[in-house]
Ligand binder design. Structure first.
Ligand SMILES: Nc1ncnc2c1ncn2[C@@H]1O[C@H](COP(=O)(O)OP(=O)(O)OP(=O)(O)O)[C@@H](O)[C@H]1O
Ligand SMILES: [Mg+2]
Length: 210
């Protein structure tokens, strides 16, 4: 089973948004049997599943907490894990055990960049030899100084920088309908599909596995 976690201790950086779109990518584009595990007590991903229309590819929701994953179907091919904010210490160690690849989304703001630097320092030794860690920029506004700063920061890290996603209503639109970015019509979402290409190529390559 392939397992991918979206993780960052910083709140509001897009973990649930990316996790739901990744789950729908594997279900719709790849035709995989997908489970979406939600560690967040706010249950944003499970709420999204509730909104998911019947006509689109099914995704199984899995409740998750300190005790582990409950109700993960045996035939799951791809497990996407939406991690909660403020994960540190022992909790972080336990979370990391569940993933082959960890995607860390970072927003373009001084506070988020600083928080990401601190979090990656904590995460890298924990993930070492267990899981591959990669970063993506989220909610970016191109041609802004702060995006340039984030771009430079992420490019200089020793972990792969595998995508930058624009700040777009499409994510909010998709989320409110229980859909992922790949399930919006092409005429609306093609600029976002272009931006997702790098992330999904990374995830489909051996580079993303230990
Ligand atoms: N690329 C994007 N463009 C526009 N809005 C976005 C984008 N990514 C996320 N958002 C919005 O930003 C807000 C926070 O996103 P999300 O809930 O995915 O973050 P989170 O990291 O899961 O938050 P939490 O730490 O609270 O679990 C949401 O309102 C979401 O719709
Ligand atoms: Mg969330």
């Amino acid at each position: 089973m392939r397992s991918i976690m979206v993780l960052n201790a910083k709140g509001g950086c897009g973990k649930s948004t990316l996790a739901t779109s990744l789950a729908s990518y594997y279900a719709t584009e790849k035709g995989n049997k997908v489970a979406l595990a939600d560690y967040d007590p706010q249950h944003s991903s499970l709420d999204w599943l509730e909104r998911r229309p019947e006509r689109v590819a099914p995704i199984v929701g899995v409740e998750a907490d300190k005790r582990g994953l409950r109700g993960l179907p045996r035939d799951t091919e791809v497990l996407i894990i939406d991690a909660p904010a403020r994960s540190h210490g022992r909790e972080l160690k336990n979370l990391v055990k569940h993933a082959q690849t960890i995607i860390v989304p970072v927003l373009a703001s001084p506070i988020d960049i600083q928080a990401a630097a601190r979090f990656l320092e904590e995460l890298r030794p924990i993930a070492h030899k267990r899981a591959k860690v990669a970063v993506v920029a989220n909610r970016v506004k191109e041609n802004t100084l702060i995006f340039e700063e984030l771009n430079e920061y992420l490019s200089d890290l020793r972990v792969p920088y595998v995508g930058a996603f624009r700040d777009a209503q499409n994510y909010i639109r998709a989320n409110s309908r229980g859909l992922g970015i790949y399930e919006l019509p092409e005429y609306l979402a093609w600029p976002d599909w272009d931006q997702w290409h790098e992330l999904v190529s990374y995830l489909n390559s051996k580079r993303s596995r230990v």
